[in-house]
Design a protein around this ligand. Structure first.
Ligand code: SF4
Ligand code: MG
Length: 330
């Protein structure tokens, strides 16, 4: 479970005349064991901040991340080591996250050295070979260096490294967005296969709905630091309730498997996170905005189905069909 607020601000003094940025504002999510959960939004919506909060690279201003019912920030010592084994990460740029001076064998073997120190060197090599095969690489690749591989192969190495310690949860921050379109689907399929075969829970952060459509069980849509809609991927794609989700989806190509960048499809500029709109943060770009939307913050609440939640005052009365957003009203 995640329940966090992250303000980026200043400690006081002369800087405090600048407003605080709420990159993530009261985001509450629950990810269930074994599911693939996607968090989607345009760049600047706060999903990278959310990823960094999950990865404990940032500390929330308030709230916390619970893993198996335990407050992650309070876990220390021996327990922390176990947490680091159970929770692994895949990064957007597999190249910068892999030490260029380490062989692939060393990179994939490193988590084993830490988390399975009793393994003999020979057993570790065998395990590395098995991991490489599991991610679609060859055992011989263990002697090579990251720069000898393509982007997709490097991401496979990153995945092998993440899987090596036998984690329960893998968090991927835009794991395929740096890859060629033709390679994205392969890596997504690999993640899907691994999560099924290893019983992993996956949290995938993406800016592209097309990317997660075929892999995630549930999806949360984020806008300016808030979750605007959560539901099963099937429900959200078939019957999007929030105008922002509707606009995003109206632009997803109908051809299955087509993966493109839709980050420019909602009209109007994303407002500055330094000064987010009052009320519903989407009101400056929403074709259905009314006076109430400018003052009252809509809370995430259950719509037609218990499993589908939306944060919009008028979700019940909006047209059912996904439709593109019109130009923003001033
Ligand atoms: Fe649009 Fe109002 Fe709903 Fe926000 S609350 S999405 S502005 S209709
Ligand atoms: Mg980002």
């Amino acid at each position: 479970a995640i329940d966090v607020v992250k303000h980026f601000g200043t400690g006081g003094g002369w800087l405090s005349r600048y407003p605080v940025v709420q990159a993530v504002d009261g985001v509450s999510l629950e990810v269930r064991r074994g599911e693939t959960f996607a968090i989607v939004g345009e760049s600047g919506c706060g999903k990278s901040t959310l990823a960094r909060l999950l990865m404990q690279l940032l500390t929330p201003t308030s709230g916390d991340v619970l893993f198996e019912g335990r407050q992650v920030s309070a876990i220390k010592g021996q327990e922390l080591r176990r947490l680091r084994r159970d929770m692994q990460f895949i990064f957007q740029d597999p190249f910068s996250s892999l030490n260029p001076r380490m062989t692939v064998g060393k990179l994939v073997g490193e988590p084993l050295e830490i988390h399975a120190p009793d393994l003999s060197a020979q057993d570790r090599r065998a395990k590395v070979a098995e991991l490489l095969r599991q991610v679609g690489l060859r055992a011989e690749h263990a002697d090579r260096y990251p720069h000898e591989f393509s982007g997709g192969q490097r991401q496979r190495i990153g995945i092998a490294r993440a899987v090596a310690s036998g984690p329960k949860l893998i968090i991927g921050d835009e794991p395929v967005s740096a890859l060629d379109v033709s390679v994205q689907a392969q890596v997504i399929n690999l993640l899907g296969d691994l999560s099924r075969d290893l019983g992993l829970t996956l949290v995938i952060i993406a800016h592209d709905l097309g990317v997660i459509r075929h892999m995630s069980d549930r999806v949360a849509v984020m806008y300016l630091g808030r979750i605007v809609e959560v539901g099963t991927t099937e429900d959200v794609f078939a019957d999007p309730q929030h105008p922002y989700t509707q606009a995003l989806l109206a632009a997803v190509p109908s051809m299955d498997g087509a993966v493109t960048d839709h980050s420019e499809t909602v009209h109007g500029e994303m407002p500055s996170p330094f000064d987010p709109p009052q009320g519903c943060r989407f009101h400056t770009r929403c074709p259905h905005a009314q006076a109430l939307c400018k003052t009252q913050v809509p809370t995430l609440s259950t719509g037609k189905r218990a499993s589908h939640q939306v944060a919009c005052h008028f979700a019940e009365t909006l047209p059912a069909q996904p439709r593109p957003a019109t130009a923003p009203q001033k």
